[in-house]
Write a protein that binds this ligand. Structure first.
Ligand code: FAD
Ligand code: NAP
Ligand code: SF4
Length: 677
């Protein structure tokens, strides 16, 4: 067999004895919301088939519950339900019978969100509202039987295997950890007893489904809990799983209630792979590693380092269904890289919305949003090369329109050129690289440093003009707003102004948080240095105390500044940030000593500082710099001018709607409009 020149490990098959996997790339499990949506299975089939065509070796579906008490989503326990899944397995195997698709069995235990939820002990999770029902012996046996039945139905549905999740704070993991398992029967007490439930499930699944069915157990190799699993316990469980007939051990690195980020964009690439590597040395069966592995070179390096046998890339497969093919064909610069923002995937899952992807709105919408070749090619001008303009231009040009993209700036990207400078947002550079390449490939005529007037547009022969000129930062109407101590976030991020030692950040939206992070940082960003990341978040990768974090104090290197992050609303500061990442930003700033104040009124700014009042009580923040991050207004003057002249135009992105706008909304809106013109 000829080895791939650049990724010899990634593109080598893995022999499992009774079958093999054609390469080492796994699409990890992600709940899409389609599992329970009306008519969701045909959409799921299209979604997975597209990833199969993209060259992935193995797919794990989103979690499916074995019974009602275990689920916040779909369940599989009957042959009728298995029929739906046939659509998915057939779609993938029709693309390539060699591709393996396994279904994840997910019993959410105390996180199931139903009053019927169950657990080894009646101990609620820190992040759940409901107290779970403590299982009695009959209840334990029912849960085991239901898992086995679910695996049998997955077999019937044509899956090549199942992955059973034994991590994250879901049912199986709550048996393993003392704080959630306080039983004194055969299912609790000693570690041997606490392991019994997950082991019994896997043993009985193996007995029922036979030898030629892939069984994956997902283990919390580092559960990130104070008092969580010790390293010896992790190793023993994995070894016992091997004896129980498990084919592959997949490593996971968190419980949902942990306060350490493990997949957000501030986590360095492949930060946790070394933990899998240590476990791999203790086993004779293959291992899967995951978390923040978003490009093929990173995946190849993980394999070269001997950290795993298979690399899971979950969100990167939302961002680019063709990632594997592009790597194989040496088209890495065309990969639409996952920036780990969680904004359209996990944030949607936790809001009960169907999943998509910020950089690829087609993800999980393959039957709805398609970029078909146009039969009526138009000459289109796009004004503004921010995320909205870049995505409109790319999609329209891909469909065969003749597109010219203008920007007054000297580089494409708009506000992403600010975002990429925030520590923890380094990945945004990849999106800029992707669009630059797409604009080249689709022959968009990019005119930088170009100001186009309404008159010029009128004189030109464009069939359609798209205004994507973004925003203008809001200047609050406060006495002294023109005081020399007042600066804009744009100048701060670009380094065009001095920032003093005592700073007030006016406005605590996403940008206020980012600016506070930037000015409180010192030294290397944790997002690009694993040691810095580990110190900042109190993780001990070397000694692996319980959970990886027990007793480890975070060590923060911060700038010598005093920062106040301010908002007028009385709601908690940062409430509007992303559901699955907002807490990481709040903790990060709190650890850096940023004082977050809410419910206040601004009065004036003068030589003394910023005059405010809280509950009618006046005070002065004696700061030497006030950074205005008070939201944004649409910049749409050009649109008003050209439509008044009768030109055919549309308005997108921040220029269309600045409040509540983010890159997700901008790219989504632009892509749908460009698909329709
Ligand atoms: P813009 O990005 O503002 O682009 C507009 C473009 O138009 C600019 O390039 C500008 O030069 C050009 N232009 C303006 N006028 C003219 C003219 N007359 N002629 C030609 N060109 C013109 N969003 C997220 O979703 N997630 C994040 O994590 C995130 N982080 C951010 C961090 C920071 C620090 C900042 C500032 C923003 C962040 N955003 C984030 C917001 C996101 O970047 C914006 O929502 C998005 O850029 C809006 O896209 P847009 O194309 O509408 O506008
Ligand atoms: P924003 O989220 O709308 O926040 C603006 C802040 O300014 C608010 O906290 C608001 O709170 C305050 N404000 C509004 N009017 C004001 C006034 N007249 N005077 C003083 N304060 C005022 O906007 P943003 O921070 O500029 O961000 C722009 C967009 O980029 C947002 O949609 C955001 O989602 C996106 N973004 C996202 C991320 C991310 O991580 N997902 C990061 C950065 C930016 P009060 O009125 O209560 O004071
Ligand atoms: Fe990655 Fe963000 Fe897309 Fe989710 S929404 S897949 S985190 S780029």
């Amino acid at each position: 067999m000829i080895k791939h020149a650049v990724y010899p490990n990634l593109f080598s098959p893995l022999d499992l004895g009774f079958t093999s996997i054609k390469n080492r790339v796994l699409m990890g499990s992600m709940h899409t919301g389609l599992e329970e949506a009306e008519n969701g299975f045909p959409r799921l089939a299209a979604y997975f088939a597209e990833r199969a065509r993209g060259g992935v070796g193995m797919i794990i579906t989103g979690g499916i519950a074995p019974n009602i008490e275990g689920g916040f989503g779909a369940k599989l326990s009957t042959p009728e339900e298995a029929e739906d899944h046939r659509l998915v397995t057939d779609a993938v195997h029709e693309v390539d019978p060699e591709i393996k698709i396994c279904m994840q069995i997910l019993h959410a235990g105390p996180l199931a969100g139903t009053p019927a939820c169950v657990a080894p002990s009646a101990i609620p999770s820190r992040i759940a509202r409901l107290v779970p029902i403590e299982l009695d012996e009959e209840g334990v046996q029912k849960q085991i039987n239901d898992h086995v039945q679910c695996a049998k139905m997955a077999h019937l549905a044509g899956y090549d295997g199942v992955e059973v999740i034994g991590s994250a704070g879901y049912l199986l993991s709550t048996f393993l950890v003392e704080k959630t398992n306080q039983r004194d029967d055969q299912w609790g007490g000693s570690y041997e007893n606490r392991m019994r439930f997950p082991l019994e499930i896997m043993r009985r699944c193996r007995a029922e489904v036979g030898e030629n069915f892939i069984l994956i157990f997902r283990i919390a190799a580092m559960d990130m809990l104070q008092g969580g699993m010790s390293w010896d316990e992790v190793v023993l469980l994995a070894q016992e799983m091997e004896k129980a007939g498990v084919t592959i051990i997949s490593t996971h690195f968190t419980w949902h209630e942990s306060t350490v980020p493990t997949i957000a964009t501030m986590v360095p690439r492949a930060a946790f792979a070394g933990v899998t590597g240590r476990l791999r040395k203790e086993l004779n069966i293959p291992t899967i590693t995951s978390n923040r592995i978003n490009m093929p070179d990173v995946a190849e390096q993980v394999l070269v380092d001997g950290h795993a046998d298979i690399v899971s890339m979950a969100r990167p497969m939302l961002a680019d269904a063709d990632l594997v093919n592009k790597a194989f064909e040496g088209r890495e610069d065309e990969i639409n890289t996952c920036i780990a923002c969680n904004q359209a995937c996990l944030d949607h899952t936790f809001a009960g919305k169907s999943v998509s992807c910020l950089v690829n709105p087609r993800a999980a919408h393959e039957t709805i949003l398609n970029y078909e070749p146009t039969a009526n090619a138009k000459k289109i001008a796009v004004i503004g090369a921010g995320p909205a303009g870049m995505s409109y231009a790319t999609v329209a040009a891909e469909r065969g329109h003749n597109v010219t993209l203008f920007d007054t700036a000297s580089e494409i990207g708009g506000q992403f050129n600010l975002a990429k400078q925030v520590p923890g947002k380094e990945e945004f550079v990849e999106t800029l690289r992707y669009y630059k390449r797409m604009l080249e490939i689709h022959n968009v005529d990019v005119r930088l440093n170009s100001t186009v007037s309404a008159e010029q547009l009128k004189q030109s022969d464009f069939d359609h003009v798209v205004i994507a000129t973004g925003i203008t930062p809001r200047t609050p109407d406060i006495e002294g707003i023109d005081h020399p101590s007042v600066v804009s976030y744009i100048d701060v991020i670009h380094g065009n102004c001095e920032v003093g030692k005592r700073v007030a950040v006016m406005g605590a939206g996403g940008i206020g948080f980012d600016v506070s992070e930037l000015i409180m940082h010192s030294g290397v960003s944790g997002a690009v240095d694993r040691d810095v990341f580990a110190k900042e978040w109190g993780i001990d990768f070397e000694n692996h105390p319980r959970g990886g974090v027990t007793g480890v104090k975070p060590e923060i290197v911060k700038a010598d500044r005093e920062v106040y992050l301010l908002q007028r609303k009385s709601s908690p500061v940062g409430r509007g940030l992303g559901k699955t990442t907002g807490w990481t930003h709040r903790i990060s700033l709190a650890q850096r000593g940023v004082k977050m104040l809410n419910g206040l009124e601004y009065h004036k700014i003068d030589d003394q500082g910023l005059h405010i009042s809280t509950d009618g009580m006046p005070s002065v923040l004696e700061v030497d710099t006030v950074i205005v991050c008070a939201g944004q207004l649409p910049k749409r003057g050009l649109f008003d001018e050209i439509t008044a002249m009768g030109l055919d135009a549309s308005l997108i992105g921040g220029a269309f709607e600045a409040s509540e706008l983010d890159a997700k909304a901008a790219i989504n809106q632009a892509s749908y409009l460009a698909a329709a013109i």
